[in-house]
Write a protein that binds this ligand. Sequence first.
Ligand code: 13P
Ligand code: SF4
Length: 371
Amino acid sequence: MAKQGETSYMHPGLNKPGAIPLFDLPTLRASLSDKYDLAPSPEIAAELSHIYDRMSRVVTPADWAIYAPYVKAINALKKERNAVILGHNYMTPEIYHGISDFGGDSLQLAIKATEVEADVIVQCGVHFMAETSKILSPEKTVLMPDMEAGCSLAESITAEGVEEMRRRYPGAPVVTYVNTTAEVKAASDICCTSSNAAQIVAAQDSDTVIMTPDQYLAQNVAKEVPQKNIVWWEGSCIVHEQYSAKDLRDFREWNPGTRLIAHPECPPDVVAEADFSGSTSGIIKYVTDEKPEKALLITECSMASNISDQLPEVDFVGPCNMCPFMKKITLEKVLYALDTMTGQVEVDPSVADKARLSVQRMIDLSHQLGI
Ligand code: 13P
Ligand code: SF4
């Protein structure tokens, strides 16, 4: 059992004895090349130039000629399968702009999963997001292009961990970040995302509120909601925990005039140094509204890439951190998943029923609060 303070970065499916990888890359490539001509093509690149225009600042023409045949094949297959692709804001530009029908943060994608009419959802993001879509739309086929796309937060806690917190703080409601497995959601009272966490916590009818599993999100919310006694599990995001307040201070000193914008999964002293903190979509909205001359996004690298073309007046500067889990999703894996319908996400119906209550309570409360 994961204990408070312990983290492991493996996807649970891979820890299970006898678990086998969904596919291996040579097999995948051989299977695709039997059916599709995926050689780099300047002709297809030119034909899809209207798509390329959304990423021309960050993707070279030579790379686009490599991606374009995949983009064309995936977009055709989507129609055949009556599929939609939900792309998280951390997807690479060729996925985010090339093949996604909807892009967004965790909350937006969870809500979109309930609204789309399609038979198939392809989740371009990480495993917990696909599970959330399946929980909300059990009748749909949900495909995960790579089952190894996990999340350090989701790995940090099990349902037993939630029960341990309930024993420690009897009667306190459990507000669980969506970055968790279905079992953990099922053991919780309500979910939250980074875009509604403070409001969800503030709305709980209890002085003490348990937040799992992100210690930093909890500590950031505690500052925003001082009327609550917030206690937390000690999970963390391997991408955002790497930033330090000193990094930000040094950057500001050496690059005056840069707007620093941090995700709330960063430690609180990092958030305190930033000019703004918000969910991935909150960050996009802030930069779009404010249009600072120079911006440093203290979050995953693809965020700046994905908004670069729509904001030519903003110079995105400085370092970023890559999420190794999000980066497991590639065009060729998406094409393979859709072509062979592999990577179907299943959630035990009895777990899904309980988990749905936690997710639906969050969606309903968010609507009620106008978030
Ligand atoms: P958002 O809900 O802000 O998109 O965050 C999801 C995530 O995994 C950030 O690391
Ligand atoms: Fe999980 Fe962090 Fe990657 Fe988001 S960025 S999916 S929280 S490991």
